[in-house]
Ligand binder design. Structure first.
Ligand SMILES: *Cc1c(COP(=O)(O)O)cnc(C)c1O
Length: 352
């Protein structure tokens, strides 16, 4: 606390990211990073960026990346916005599109950055409780609102909504922006990008951090109607002209170009997820069906916080949220087969 802080700083409740340990001998299953490295083509592109041209600013509009994303999803470049991680894209969305006189709606159990941005930008919000079995019921979003945001698949549950349900919501909710945060869509869902030409109030946000294995590069993007994108650009150009550096643009373009590596690593993760689910069930865990690169699980007899601490003693980190309704769950990122096997062995020792 300091008397030099502004009023707003006194009132902030900042986001707390999962631990990034300083030592490397841990099995890290706590922040949904990809267990596989980025495509070798990405590493090559990054190496070639390390040159004298670093003395020059990058392209403020990151046109090369926008056009690669536009090609990949068959949309127009004017329908694409890019930012320094999807967190930054989300932040600009909160300030530029979702801050309205009516409250923003989002699930009670969801990505915990949403309430943080509400606090930072003074966005009024109302949470809509998930059902008993952690489902988003979009019919409950039919109430006066200044915007709607939810991740699909949801975080930290991993539950996915069918595209048809999202379209039903868009048909009835036409007067405010609907943001679908698709950080995990490549692990089992159907992207709502297919709907952006039909619904001018739909903004879909994705990231290179999870399925494209580039959390360390910080690249996220949004796809939507050109007017929504222009709103985001106005905020971005009032904040930071160069959110994506030369490495970020070049690495992200190379990642999009290596489709076979992307498909291969995504299917490996999905396969590992399915076999891990079987092993966890055999150990007495209840698992929420997951379409993401993590599973959200609770043990029938064990306390979740204790389990997480016991795993930590065995050099495995998972994520536990001290939040109402989900206190007895742990979220486990899908690692390599070997990492998941170590997890299962550790849990056998703890629970057996
Ligand atoms: C990981 C995650 C993000 C943030 O991703 P970055 O692009 O790394 O900032 C956004 N939304 C959800 C739901 C996430 O899980």
């Amino acid at each position: 606390m300091s008397r030099f802080w502004s009023e707003i700083v006194h009132q902030l409740t900042p986001y707390v990211p999962g631990e990034q340990p300083k030592v490397s001998n841990l099995i890290k299953l706590n922040t949904n990073e990809n267990p596989y490295g980025p495509s070798p083509k990405v590493l090559k592109a990054l190496a070639s960026e390390a040159s004298d041209s670093l003395r020059l600013y990058p392209d403020p509009n990151a046109e090369a990346l926008k056009s690669a994303i536009a090609d990949y999803y068959s949309v127009n470049t004017k329908q694409v916005f890019v930012g320094n991680g999807s967190d930054e894209v989300l932040a600009h969305g909160f300030m530029g599109l979702l801050k309205q006189s009516a409250p923003l709606l989002f699930p009670d159990i969801t990505y915990s950055f949403y309430p943080v941005y509400c606090g930072l930008y003074g966005v009024e919000s109302t949470t809509v409780p998930l059902s008993e079995n952690f489902e988003i019921n979009l019919a409950e979003y039919n109430q006066p609102n200044g915007g709607i945001i939810f991740p699909n698949p949801n975080a930290p549950t991993g539950k996915v909504l069918p595209l048809a349900d999202i379209e039903t919501l868009l048909k009835s909710n036409t007067d405010s922006v609907v943001v679908v945060d698709e950080a995990y869509i490549d692990f089992g869902g159907e992207s709502a990008i297919a709907l952006v030409d039909k619904y001018p109030n739909l903004l879909v946000i994705q990231t290179f951090s999870k399925s494209r294995s580039l959390a360390g590069l910080r690249v996220g993007f949004a796809v939507g109607h050109a007017d929504l994108i222009e709103g985001l650009e106005r905020v971005k150009n009032s904040f930071n002209s160069y959110p994506l550096d030369r490495f970020a643009v070049s690495g992200a373009v190379a990642a999009l170009e290596d489709e076979s590596y992307f498909q291969q690593t995504c299917s490996a993760i999905i396969q590992t997820r399915e076999s891990l689910i079987g092993e966890l069930e055999a150990l007495g865990f209840e698992i929420i069906p997951s379409a993401a690169n993590f599973v959200f699980v609770q043990h029938k007899e064990r306390d979740a916080a204790e389990l997480a601490a016991q795993l930590r003693e065995k050099a495995i980190i998972v994520r536990h949220f001290k939040q109402d309704r989900i206190q007895n769950f742990i979220r486990i990122t899908i690692g390599t087969n070997d990492e998941c096997q170590s997890l299962v062995t550790a849990l056998q020792e703890i629970c057996g």
